[in-house]
Design a protein around this ligand. Structure first.
Ligand SMILES: NC(=O)c1ccc[n+]([C@@H]2O[C@H](COP(=O)([O-])OP(=O)(O)OC[C@H]3O[C@@H](n4cnc5c(N)ncnc54)[C@H](O)[C@@H]3O)[C@@H](O)[C@H]2O)c1
Length: 428
């Protein structure tokens, strides 16, 4: 049964949870782990992605998924059943309140696969509770949250990895190595894109909250809005209040590869154009979006997001341009071309999230380097935020190359953080 809490009750529970968190600092989760340590996982958010992550983590050697959580009770129960089916073991506990994961001392890892507005607040609470965190992309809903997540990981000495799994594909690592060693000379431009055929989300109506859904917990840190029929599941991506549009949904994967290949951190100038062109409906975020980022050292990244026009003839999704050729990277291969466009060499890329999990779990057990440590995840996620800020303000954003902060632009700087529902403000 879903327990519906009012705001005051939630704040009280949050305060209680914080008390429990302090105790948790001494739990097994905060101790150094060893090579064969059994790791226990709790998964928050069990839509398509969270259910996949729950079954995938449960399938890793010496890993148990003991709790799955969704604000939608039916989804939590279905995820628990999916884990039981995949492993042949007893089903994990299913809950609607993620604080049950935080105060469970045996849980070592919090996996966050909720809507974007929950990613950073949950991850920050997870670190404070002594959990290592696997947080889905984009790691935050706004730039300030990303900065706080990095601080939180450092303060509590936790391993925090973002779910941009291409960072762990062996073929992509080899590709980046070639780029950095000069396979196409100095690389100065990375073009990227995403294409799909998404339908309209129509016009929603105010309605009663479905009986299985704890909408107050679903909203959490986002200031309350009356429930409407086309907000969830999934469509929250297209409302600024909870989502980050296609740029934060799929753009993040490509921008991260571009940033890695170009070997850059923070941009100096960000420009955006586009809008909701294909349909007239409630969607606030662009379905047609062109963004560009300039960096010190004469380098640039561009991203084209076509949410409603899938053109089959563009198989790769990042194209690097160098002084001695180009390199096209897709999920199945990378190909190097000479300056005349003649193919020089093609190498296979093997997809799959497994290596990203192995890397995360391995660093918890044995130390070593995370392939997508939260500071790197934040840098790539920040590119999405800056592109969206440029879009929403209609301004060319000037940034400080040292930390990505917005320079001399009050209207744009207002988007650096957000207003929070009382009691859920992320704090480190
Ligand atoms: N790395 C990847 O390739 C990849 C692929 C797909 C999705 N994702 C990311 O995973 C996330 C989830 O995507 P999805 O497609 O499953 O979306 P979804 O909307 O279907 O699922 C999100 C789930 O989170 C739940 N939720 C919201 N607030 C909660 C709370 N307080 N406690 C517990 N559950 C809560 C919702 O009820 C919902 O079931 C997104 O951030 C998305 O960007 C990553």
């Amino acid at each position: 049964m879903t327990i519906l809490l009012n705001r005051r009750e939630m704040v009280t529970v949050a305060a209680t949870a914080t008390g429990a968190l302090a105790l948790n600092q001494t739990s097994a989760a905060a101790q150094p782990n060893g090579a064969n340590t059994r790791l226990v996982v709790g998964v928050m958010g069990t839509g398509g992605r969270g259910t996949y992550l729950a079954t995938a983590f449960a399938g890793q050697p010496n890993v148990e998924v003991s709790i799955v959580c969704d604000a939608d009770q039916g989804r939590a129960e279905r995820a628990a059943a999916a884990v039981a089916k995949a492993t042949g073991r007893a089903a994990p506990r299913s809950v609607t309140d993620f604080r049950r994961i935080l105060d469970e001392k045996t849980v070592d890892i919090l996996v966050v696969a909720t809507c974007n507005h929950w990613h950073a607040p949950a991850a920050i609470l997870g670190c404070a509770a002594g959990k290592h965190v696997y947080v889905e992309k984009p790691c935050s809903h706004n730039p300030r949250e990303g900065e706080l997540m990095v601080q939180s990981a450092r303060k509590h000495n936790r391993r925090v990895q973002m779910g941009n799994q291409r960072r762990s594909y062996a073929g992509v690592i080899a590709c980046m190595d070639e780029l950095h060693k000069g396979a196409i000379g100095r690389v100065y431009l990375a073009q990227s894109w995403y294409q799909s055929n998404r339908p309209t989300i129509g016009r929603g109506k105010e309605a009663g909250v479905p009986k299985d859904l704890n909408y107050e917990l679903w909203e959490g840190p986002a200031p309350h809005r009356p429930f409407r029929t086309n907000y969830l599941h999934y469509n929250w991506h297209w409302f600024w209040h909870w989502g980050n549009g296609e740029l934060g949904n799929n753009g993040i994967h490509m921008l991260d590869l571009c940033r890695w290949g170009l070997d850059v951190n923070y941009p100096t100038r960000v420009h955006s154009s586009g809008g909701r062109y294909r349909f007239e409906d409630d969607q606030e975020t662009p379905d047609t979006h062109m963004v560009s980022y300039e960096f010190e050292g004469r380098k640039q990244i561009t991203w084209e997001g076509l949410s409603c026009s899938r053109q089959a003839n563009r198989p790769y999704h990042v194209l690097f341009h160098g002084e001695r050729g180009t390199l096209a990277l897709s999920d199945t291969s990378y190909t190097i071309y000479d300056p005349a466009g003649k193919e020089v060499r093609r190498e296979k890329v093997q997809g799959g999230d497994g290596p990203h999990f192995t890397n995360f779990l391995g660093t918890i057990r044995n130390g070593g380097r995370l392939n997508s440590e939260i500071e790197d995840g934040h840098k790539s996620t920040l590119l999405c935020h800056l592109g969206n800020i440029a879009q929403r303000t209609g301004r060319v954003i000037q940034c400080n190359a040292k930390d990505g902060s917005i320079v001399n632009d009050k209207p744009a700087t207002q988007f650096w953080s957000r207003e929070y529902q009382k009691g859920w403000e992320p704090r480190v």
